[in-house]
Design a binder for this molecule. Structure first.
Ligand SMILES: C[S@@+](CC[C@H](N)C(=O)[O-])C[C@H]1O[C@@H](n2cnc3c(N)ncnc32)[C@H](O)[C@@H]1O
Length: 358
């Protein structure tokens, strides 16, 4: 939003290159790559990210704790004279509406300030950060913006409706872009309500499967098993409906809090011609949100979750003959920045560099 007088105006000479902190399975990196940005490396503490990141993004994966990174190590990942892009989608759990914990008591809360320290020490030309909208209410976000201002960055952030960039979800995310080259912001939306991608366009073409089974032709098209009680519940669930559609004897105490507050969207089914819900790391469980398939009696499969996150069909999450653990694959998929949002972030950066980099 402002350019500090002390800004270093020396211009790098070559291609934009990104390093992705907290790279996960590579949703953001893959999207940025599609937008024309070369990815030099991704860093994540979770070893399960190595295969999907390397196989799909085709860049170096560093299994490291970001809290212990040095600016020198980070600098070494960028080729000399590149336009350096530092991406950092720190874990959102401490700030998420699903978390009851105070962020100050969560070690992960330290990771956003650490990202700010890296920006200040390295002074990359471009910075991008994505998180849950609630981050806006926390002091750490104010402090992060303060660090950007002090280091002389222009920056802008917005609460982005992912559906406006082609993602078939109601998901909203805070996206921040910062640059030392000039003012930067997200590109205009590519979709409006009239042409939003829907659950139907995204997953209806897949072969039917039963709860607890996988498709013989696609090991990722696999859904969690259901208890007899949950099978009876989903059989009575209507697309877009709630547990209030069920017979009394199927209702559970936890559906209604003592305060009287209800949870209408747990144990829900998706609707074909609507946006899906935000795909979380728990999307494989029918009881964890509106994750019931629109017409089949099961939660959505890993493949369906990946498609709703706009990962392409061929995205590899595990080695060919490797075992896919449902909860670990769902964590990688649900944690990701949807690829199409990553692509829109990448296009915003490419457009900005074309305009401001000489
Ligand atoms: C929101 S996800 C990032 C998703 C990723 N940007 C994508 O698009 O696929 C946050 C990631 O931070 C990683 N993480 C959590 N704590 C970390 C730490 N201390 N150091 C490095 N990575 C960490 C998690 O393993 C997770 O993959």
């Amino acid at each position: 939003m402002r350019l500090d007088d002390s800004i270093d105006n020396s211009r790098p000479t070559s291609q934009p290159i990104a390093v992705d902190l907290f790279c996960g399975a590579g949703g953001l990196s893959y999207g940025m790559k599609r937008a024309g940005i070369a990815i030099s490396a991704g860093i994540d503490i979770d070893p399960a990210c190595r295969h999907p990141f390397q196989a799909n993004v085709e860049a170096e994966f560093c299994e490291k704790d970001v809290a212990e990174l040095s600016p020198q190590f980070l600098e070494s990942l960028f080729p000399a004279n590149s336009v350096r892009i530092l991406a950092g989608c720190a874990p959102c759990q401490p700030f998420s509406s699903y978390s009851n914990e105070s962020p100050r008591h969560n070690a992960q809360w330290q990771l956003l300030p650490k990202f700010g320290e890296m920006v200040t020490a390295l002074r990359p030309e471009i910075v991008t950060m994505e998180n849950v909208p609630r981050l806006r209410g926390y002091a750490v976000f104010d402090e992060f913006q303060g660090a950007l201002r002090q280091a002389g960055y222009y920056y802008d952030y917005a609460i982005v409706r992912c559906a406006e960039y082609g993602v078939p979800q109601s998901r909203r995310r805070l996206v921040l872009l910062a640059s030392r080259l000039g003012p930067i912001q997200m590109i205009l939306p590519t979709h409006t309500e009239s042409d939003f991608a829907t659950v139907r366009n995204s997953i209806q073409h897949l072969p039917p499967i039963e709860a607890g089974r996988a498709s013989p032709s696609d090991p990722l098209h696999r859904s969690s098993a259901l208890s007899a009680q949950n099978l009876a519940r989903i059989q009575q669930s209507k697309p877009g409906g709630t547990w209030r559609d069920w017979d009394e004897d199927l209702r559970a105490d936890c559906h209604v809090k003592q305060s009287g507050k209800t949870y209408p969207s747990v144990y829900g089914r998706m609707e074909w011609d609507q946006l899906g819900p935000t795909i979380t790391t728990q999307f494989h469980g029918y009881g964890n949100g509106r994750f019931g398939h629109p017409v089949q009696d099961r939660a959505i499969s890993l493949r369906e979750g990946a498609l709703l996150q706009t990962f392409p069909k061929g995205y590899s999450f595990a080695p060919d003959r490797g075992t896919i653990h449902i909860s670990s694959a769902a964590r990688l998929i649900g944690n990701a920045v949807p690829v199409k949002l990553g692509e829109a972030i990448g296009k915003s950066i490419v457009t900005h560099i074309e305009r401001f980099h000489d």
